[in-house]
Structures are given as C-alpha cells and as structure tokens.
Design a protein around this ligand. Structure first.
Ligand SMILES: [Zn+2]
Length: 689
C-alpha cells in the first residue's frame, strides 16, 4: 500500500529523520513544546494510514489489512516512545502538562482504531476464512491476536455501546495520568531533613546517600530521607530512632491519601466504576473476569487459588517471624508492641544476630557497576551476548548506553541503563523501549532501557546496592533481554507484548542467576579492596534467602488479593476506598504489623495506566513459572546448560507472543509447572522461621 502523508514539519526534530548513531532520537535538540505538534502530525498520519486500510475497495487479504496495519503508525511510535521515556525518567512541569493533554488524545485515537467498524469487518472476514488463507504460523497468530483485541475492545458492539466505551477509555486515560502525577507530587513534596545527630544506626552508605539527597534539595551539609523506596526502606531498616521511623513510615504509606489536590481516592473510585462498566458492556460480570480472560490464568478463580494456596502459609510464617521480633524487643528491655515501622528495623537486627550478617557488611560487595557487568556476563554465558559501552547523547548524563552483539559479532540491540533516583523520575524500576524489534520493514533492532531508582552516591564514592536492589537490577535486565532477544517478524508480537502474568517470567527467572556461585564469586567484590566476598559471608548470605519471606510474601499477596477483590466488584458506586481497603484486609486477616506493599492510594501498578489492574497476582503466577523453570537448569547440574539455554531463548526470551504462554512454557520445559518449586524457594513448605 502507499503511505499517505500530510505536510511534514521539517523544523521539528521529532519528525525529522533521526541520523544519530543507532537511530537514537536527537534528545539534545528536542524541546517539550515540540511534542504536541509532533503528536498532532503523527496522529493525523496514522489516521490516514488506517483509513486507507479500512476504506480499501479490494476485499480483505492478510497483506492489505493485517500486514498493512502492522506497517502503519511508525511515526507515532517514535514520537510516543521518546515522549514516554522522558515522562517516566526525566519529567518536569512542561512534560507533565503535555502528558495530561496528550493521554486523552491517545486514548481517543486508540478507541477510533479499535472501534472502527469497517476495519473490524475486514478483520472478522479474514478471521472467518483463516484456514483458507495459506498463512504461516506467525501470520495466523497475528491475525488471531488482532481479532481478539478488536473483540475485547468492543469492535463487535453496536454504536451506542461503542460510544460509551470510547468515553470511558478517554476518561480512564486522563485519570491514570493524574494518578501517577499525584503520587510523584506527594513524593516530591516530602523530605525529612535531618542533622548529623539524628542519624543513629545509619551505616556509612545510608548517610552518604542521605547527604546527596539533601544536596539535591538545596540543604548543604544536612541529610534528607525521601519517599523513594531505596531511601525510606533503608532508613526503616537501620535508624535507631523509633520516632523518626514512625514519621517516615507514615509519610510513605500516606502517599496519594493526604487530602487536597493530590489525593487519589476519588480517582480510584471513579476508575473502578468505569472499569466495571466497561467489562459489563463487553459481556463480562466484572472487570477481573474481563481482564483475566485473555491472560494465562484465564479466570479470577484460577489466580485466587494460587494466592490462597500461598496466603495461609505466608501468614503462618509471618506470625512466627513477628513473635521472634517481639521477643527481641522484650529481650532488649523494650516495652512496646511491634509496630509496622519497627518491623524492618528488628528484622535486620535479628538477621544480623542469627546469621551474623548485616546489610552494611554486605553492601560494599554489591557495587552497581559490578552488578551491571554481572548481568551482562550472565547474558553472555546463556545467550552469547556481549555489551560494549558506547558514547552517544542521551536525555540525562546519568544514563549510559551499550551496544549489544551476538556471538558472531552481529548487532543485536542498544541497551540503555539509567540507574539513579532523581526528582525528575517516577519511583519504581521498569524496562521500556525507544524502538521495538521487528522484521517487517527490514531488520529493525531494538533500543531497550532499564530505569531504576538506586541512591546516587556522593561524588567520588562508588554506588552500592543492597542485595534486593541487585536483584531488582537483574529483574529489569531480564525484561530488557526479553525485548532485546525478540526474534519475530510482526511488531504486534515483539518482545514483552505477552500477557502480564507471563511477562514476569523472563525477569524473575533472571534473578536466579544473581545467586549462582559463578556470578557472585566473580562480581561481588568489595568496593574499597576489590576482594571477593569471603566464602563464609557468601554462605551466610545465601542461607538467609528464605529469611523474612513470611513478611515479604504477606506484604505482596495482600496487594494481589485486594486488587482481585476491588476489580471483582459487580457494583462499586460510591466506593469509599479507605474503607474498602480496611474491610478487605480484615477479611483476609492481615497481620496488623504489616502494611500492604502498595496501598491503594499510591498503587501505581493498578491505577497509573492500569497495566496490572486485576493483574498484580501476575508476579506470583510468573514466580510459579520462574521457580520451576530454573529447576530445569538445576536438574542438568549446570546453571548455564547450553541446551536448556537454547530452548529458553527459542521459546521464551526470543519468542515474544508467537505462542500461547502455556504452549510456550511446555515447549521449553516439556510440561506445565507446579507450585512446589515456588513454595520451596520462599521457604513456605513449613512454618518454621
Ligand atoms: Zn517486572
């Protein structure tokens, strides 16, 4: 087909040909005010492309309909990808303003696409004739996915229902943007500024990070605790000042629930009601039913069964942990019941006592740079990839780029790591991309990013990670590999475009390799001396792997259960979010000393965009898979067994959405997984602490 074009604004660097190395966007030349006109033009061009497909006088063929759609919208992809990378990792008032403006426009555009009746008629016609079209396996999968997506988006509904769906989607997009911005605003607004004398218990790395955070906020020579997870979790773990721990903890769990303009509760109530209404319009009882129908789990009951299996064991284990912490308080002469802001502090103390191990002793062995190298080395051992630093202009001086090549020296991808927290970055850790892999318009290689929020060290100091943060780095790198190793023809199926209860398999599986001796012994090196971690320390570290899993599993599983319950509501008018959360936690018998890992008012997985709405269970669902998948390597006696690694690449990391997840897993493992490996991994097979 021909590609229609409206007039091209050659002054706008977003719309010009990108001549920079690797086809990177010209970050230095892009100004925030250029996004709106670039979006307007890219949207208009994509609309024209879609209209040309829908209005084609010739009857539908795979090429003039499905392949044509797959070839369309490249300009919009480019502008969107640049924009959303910046909106997440380097935002500011002007980018936020564009984001608020553009998110309903993108939702409207998306609606117009999926609710285009002429387009749906062509896809439905092809789908009916699918067996007679002579399609190869990948083409058949693309057609099936288009058909499913259109049906799930309301393509087959009557006009009034479609109009209502469109209005709902636009409103949800606006609310989702506002939700994320409110959380960021609450996080930005808070910093606990401390003096030297307030730092009792804090190890050197935590003091250095707090000093750097204070400097970033203009408080020279003081110390700041912020609501970034790595800042406040570290403080809760080490600060001997119970009064300050309580202050930080309360601020942390109140994000999005502070009243005023940034309060998210009314937004949540509206979003839940709109999602339920959308599900009903599409013929489902609840949003959770709608959502899970196109996931590996298929039904809320299947997801809940897994969570219930785990919940009872996790609660029992957490109670044993709690009793041990309370006993420690009593032994120290304390006369107070363990509170949520005490848990991490005493858990760390008990860990130190029990395993002669403390975070401050371990942390110098986990240098950020070494852990990045370790993640690369793992990818070399498994998949033959090499990573070479390249000096290219990016959007922030802290971000760094690497060219990725395969064993034969062929270019595979560009990888960008952006690891440090800053006020212009949303909290959390994620993988995203500036370009996705495909072979439909030539051999297009991906540009993939990992964005994290590790504390930036003071000048001249090495960046150190906790063991958990090192695990986060491996996790996000696993997602990055899923994007970088993608080997498909059609963009729709590329990389991480898989159901969200399957997408955490490549990331969570990757975490296992951080703990294998070949990697830890080589890359866990002391920041000052360069010495490897002493064997005894390493053994003690690995022995603590199941320590605290009662707490961690409760903190997570409660979120997953509340999410399923909230999105399983049939009627949700006048929802009081605080009250719902409270009652639901009572229903599942949440231990009072533990607070949900993400309380609803700042639960960005569910409400900032909604990618994990009724889908937070996905992490555990994927963990069943990753625990079982890693056993496939262990069974061979080689953590990098080449034959197993090849199947892993062929069917999981390189396969995008070529197959149904269950089929892909069976092709890799020879069977479906059981929950046993997960329970063993988390130490939940018995209730001993
Ligand atoms: Zn993940």
């Amino acid at each position: 087909m021909t590609r229609p074009h409206t007039s091209t604004d050659t002054q706008n660097p977003l719309l010009a040909d990108w001549k920079a190395a690797f086809g990177l966007p010209p970050f230095g030349a892009v100004k925030p005010e250029q996004f709106r006109p670039a979006f307007d033009q890219a949207l208009a061009n994509h609309r024209a492309e879609i209209d040309a497909v829908a209005g084609n006088a010739a009857s539908a063929t795979f090429d003039n309909t499905i392949a044509a759609l797959e070839r369309s919208g490249r300009e919009l992809d480019r502008v969107s990808n640049v924009f959303f990378v910046l909106a997440g990792a380097n935002t500011g008032d002007d980018i936020e303003a564009v984001e608020r403006e553009i998110s309903p426009l993108l939702a409207r555009h998306n609606n117009a696409f999926y609710l285009n009746r002429a387009l749906y008629a062509r896809i439905a016609d092809l789908y009916r004739r699918k067996d007679a079209l002579g399609l190869d396996a990948e083409q058949a999968r693309v057609l099936e996915r288009y058909h499913t997506r259109f049906v799930r988006a309301g393509g087959a509904l009557d006009k009034p229902a479609q109009d209502r769906l469109a209005a709902i989607n636009e409103r949800l997009a606006t609310l989702g943007t506002q939700f994320g911005q409110n959380v960021l605003a609450d996080e930005k607004a808070y910093a606990l500024i401390l003096e030297e004398g307030d730092l009792a218990g804090l190890p050197a790395f935590a003091r250095a990070a707090a000093r750097a955070a204070a400097e970033e906020r203009g408080h020279q020579g003081k110390y700041a605790i912020t609501l970034a997870r790595s800042s406040c979790e570290t403080f809760l773990q080490f600060s001997a000042r119970r009064d300050l721990r309580e202050k930080v903890f309360q601020a942390w769990i109140k994000r999005g629930e502070n009243g005023g303009a940034t309060d998210n509760r009314a937004l949540i109530a509206e979003m839940v009601a709109l999602r339920a209404e959308r599900a009903r319009l599409l013929g489902f009882d609840t949003f959770a039913d709608y959502r899970l129908d196109d996931q590996m789990a298929k039904t809320p009951a299947n997801a809940r069964k897994l969570l219930d299996d785990v919940w009872g064991r996790a609660r029992a284990k957490a109670q044993v942990e709690r009793d041990a912490l309370q006993k420690m308080i009593a032994d120290e002469g304390g006369n107070f019941p363990l509170a949520p802001w005490d848990w991490r502090f005493y858990a760390e103390k008990l860990r130190k006592a029990k395993y002669d191990l403390d975070e401050a002793e371990i942390k110098p062995y986990f240098q950020l740079d070494k852990m990045v190298e370790a993640a690369f080395e793992t990818a070399r051992l498994l998949f033959g990839l090499t990573f070479t630093p390249v000096d290219v202009p990016l959007y922030h001086p802290d971000a760094r780029a690497y060219e990725v090549k395969d064993a034969a020296g062929r270019h595979v991808a560009l990888f960008i790591g952006d690891y440090f927290a800053r006020t212009s970055k949303h909290s959390g850790a994620w993988m995203t991309s500036l370009r996705d892999q495909e072979k439909l318009s030539g051999n297009v290689t991906p540009i993939v990013l990992n964005v994290c929020n590790f504390s930036k060290p003071a000048a001249g100091e090495p960046a150190l990670l906790s063991f958990d943060e090192a695990r986060t780095l491996f996790h996000e790198f696993g997602h990055a590999l899923h994007g970088m190793l993608s080997n498909v023809t059609y963009p729709l199926l590329a990389g991480t475009a898989v159901p969200s209860d399957f997408v955490e398999l490549p990331s969570q599986l990757y975490e296992h390799w951080l703990e294998v001796p070949e990697i830890l012994e080589k890359y866990a090196r002391h920041a000052k001396t360069g010495a490897p971690m002493p064997k005894a320390l390493l053994d003690r570290l690995l022995a603590t792997r199941t320590y605290g899993q009662g707490f961690a599993t409760v903190e997570y599983t409660a979120c997953a259960l509340v999410d399923l319950d909230l999105h399983g509501l049939k009627k949700s008018d006048q929802l009081d979010v605080t009250d719902f959360e409270k009652r639901d936690l009572e229903r599942i018998d949440m231990p009072p000393e533990i607070v949900m890992r993400h309380r609803l008012p700042h639960f960005q997985h569910l409400f900032s965009g909604g990618g994990y709405a009724a889908g937070y269970y996905s992490y555990m669902w994927s963990e069943v898979l990753d625990a079982d998948a890693f056993e496939a390597f262990e069974e061979t006696g080689n953590s990098f067994d080449p034959a197993t690694a090849k199947r892993l690449r062929d069917y999981i990391y390189g396969a995008g959405n070529l197959r149904e997840p269950a089929e892909a897993y069976k092709a890799f493992r020879g069977r479906l997984p059981t929950v046993d490996a997960l329970l063993k991994k988390r130490g939940l097979t018995d209730a001993a602490a």
